[in-house]
Design a protein around this ligand. Structure first.
Ligand code: FMN
Length: 371
């Protein structure tokens, strides 16, 4: 481990001596992008969750050694946009679930993300569902996961975010309820997380749409979400006065909602004063991957096969919400054209997860630069 750090440090010193900053950024991005297919081939030989932990650890090591510092976001990746009163350096964010702990923010920021959403984080730490719980459907550029909110708990999440140093973008906290908290008491869990995250979060996203916590999606019912929104908005107003800052409150919804449900929820969000919407989470629908040997695995499907459904849901919400509630579009974006389609459908910002696993940092840079 230490030898690795020393080697990286020597490379960093060498590169600093021989190239100016612009050349270094381009050189290292070119090397990084060229190596990604190789790294991916190696990682894809491993179990999906082992590969996830290995690549997050490698990113943290590259950051710690100073290697990633050489590709600190160049000016071309910055074209600021203001949404919900927050300044985003660009329109591309990392969706929740990759950095569940919030301990890789600086490294991920170096790759060009203007926003990183950490979590889902619950009040108490929890282990999540039994393994295996993460599956690649490579020919569909898709993933099925039933992680079940494995996370270190809100206190550790807040500590981790506080120790991020270099990231200058927006940090969102995605919050959830513990598995053993009944839905009647779900608001208490969200309140605990909201209060603890508030001083350090740029925004807080309430996850109502993970398919992997039994009963969670019931909170998307019009009545249940209206009650929850009322409680959380009251607390947000109190916290805003206490901390002297307004932290926007967002809800994250599923793509598996019919049109009447979208209409009712939109009414709830408009009358309850929701600040922003994230559309969408993963889908339970398997139509697009029918016949794949992994299609029957329980959990949420993400990546290319969810794009159409997720974008249709986004469009329906946008038609009701207009410009009154901004929408972050997420679900199946795997190219610049997909991201543009989300924006045409009504999104102000976009996020990716699965295509980042399949395509690596090249796509992040392209989206940051071109959107
Ligand atoms: C392995 C995995 C874990 C995820 N965990 C979370 C989570 O904890 N909270 C959440 O709100 N969404 C989670 N998501 C959903 C993503 O944030 C995103 O909404 C979804 O994957 C659709 O985007 P994509 O097609 O770009 O991946 C997860 C997705 C994946 C693939």
């Amino acid at each position: 481990m230490h030898d690795g750090v020393n080697l990286c440090t020597n490379c960093v010193i060498l590169a600093h001596q021989r190239f100016d900053k612009g050349q270094r950024v381009n050189l290292f991005l070119a090397v990084f992008n060229a190596l990604y297919p190789l790294a991916r081939a190696g990682l894809f030989r491993l179990d999906a969750e082992v590969a996830h932990h290995a690549s997050m650890a490698a990113l943290r090591l590259a950051e710690k050694s100073g290697l990633l510092g050489l590709i600190s976001p160049s000016d071309e990746l910055v074209s600021p946009v203001e949404v919900m009163g927050l300044k985003f350096p660009n329109r591309i964010g990392l969706a929740a679930g990759l950095d569940k702990e919030g301990n890789t923010i600086d490294a991920l920021g170096r790759l060009g993300f203007g926003c990183i959403e950490i979590g889902t984080i619950t009040p108490r730490p929890q282990a999540g569902n039994p393994k295996p719980r993460l599956f690649r459907l490579i020919d569909h550029e898709a993933i099925i996961n039933r992680m079940g909110f494995n996370n270190p708990g809100i206190d550790a999440g807040v500590r981790n975010v506080c120790s991020a140093k270099s990231f200058g973008g927006v940090v969102g906290f995605n919050i959830g309820k513990n598995k053993d908290t009944p839905n009647e008491n779900a608001a208490d869990d969200y309140l605990i997380c909201l209060r603890k995250a508030y001083p350090v979060a740029d925004y807080v996203a309430v996850n109502l749409s993970s398919p992997n916590t039994p009963g969670l999606r019931d909170l998307q019912g019009a009545e249940a979400s209206a009650r929850l929104l009322e409680v959380l908005k009251k607390e947000q107003a109190r916290l805003a006065a206490e901390h002297g800052k307004q932290v926007p409150l967002l809800f994250k919804v599923a793509p598996d909602l019919d049109e009447a449900h979208v209409r009712d929820l939109s009414q709830v969000f408009l009358s309850g004063g929701l600040d922003g919407l994230i559309a969408t989470n993963t889908t339970l629908d398997r139509d697009r991957v029918a016949g794949h040997p992994r299609a029957a695995e329980a959990g949420g499907l993400s990546g290319r096969p969810v794009f159409e459904k997720s974008t249709a849901t986004l469009q329906q919400f946008a038609s009701h919400l207009g410009s009154r509630i901004p929408i972050i579009g997420v679900g199946g974006i795997s190219s610049l054209e997909d991201a543009r389609e989300k924006i045409r459908a009504g999104a102000s910002l976009v996020q990716i997860y699965t295509s980042f696993i399949y395509q690596g940092p090249r796509l992040v840079k392209e989206l940051a630069r071109e959107l």
